[in-house]
Design a protein. Structure first.
Length: 166
């Protein structure tokens, strides 16, 4: 049997989030260059202590910043966040441009940008290990927040799909 992991996993629906971090950059406003990418690999791995995992591709420019800052934010996207998800899945140059217009505020515990959506986390790097071509990063959750529930954004069959809840 031919092994085609990507095709099989297209049938596994996930939520969609934005992970954000920053790098020091003297000369820019606030002394930080922010970056954010779209992810669907977020997993809550422990509640006591509160830990989450993310799987990030080795060689990613975003990952290099995250490992340096050791702090990141996660924003869970709602059904109306598909455009944000598309913009933040592009090259770093495009993402930097998009961040000029997207609505986001720096989190109090990490300084990482938090975006519109029904929930957010602020995390500190606790562990990381290579798993094939990705690095699994484990974060201690420093703070969480929720806003009123909204219909979720779902990644399924290779598409960002607004879903409706009963
Ligand atoms: C729905 C969706 C989910 C994604 N999930 C991940 C993920 O979990 N991990 C990852 O490394 N990249 C993921 N990506 C790709 C990133 O958004 C981004 O394109 C990539 O990390 C940018 O690499 P760079 O930092 O080298 O520019 C996802 C993209 C999409 C559209």
């Amino acid at each position: 049997m031919e092994l085609d992991l990507r095709t099989a996993m297209r049938h596994f629906a996930t939520g969609v989030g934005v992970v954000s971090t920053w790098a020091p950059e003297p000369g820019v406003r606030g002394g930080r260059r922010h970056d954010a990418i779209t992810v669907n690999s977020l997993i809550p791995v422990s509640y006591d202590p509160p830990l989450v995992a993310l799987s990030l591709r080795h060689g990613s420019a975003f990952l290099a910043d995250l490992l340096e800052a050791r702090r990141w934010g996660v924003s869970i996207l709602a059904a109306d966040g598909a455009d944000t998800a598309r913009l933040l899945a592009r090259s770093r140059e495009s993402r930097t441009e998009a961040l000029r217009t997207l609505s986001a505020v720096p989190g109090r515990h990490t300084g990482a940008l938090l975006f519109d959506g029904p929930g957010w986390l602020e995390c500190a790097l606790t562990d990381s290990f290579t798993v094939g071509d990705h690095l699994m990063v484990i974060g201690t959750v420093l703070a969480t927040g929720v806003r009123p529930p909204q219909d979720p954004l779902v990644f399924l069959h290779g598409s960002l799909t607004p879903a409706t809840t009963p």
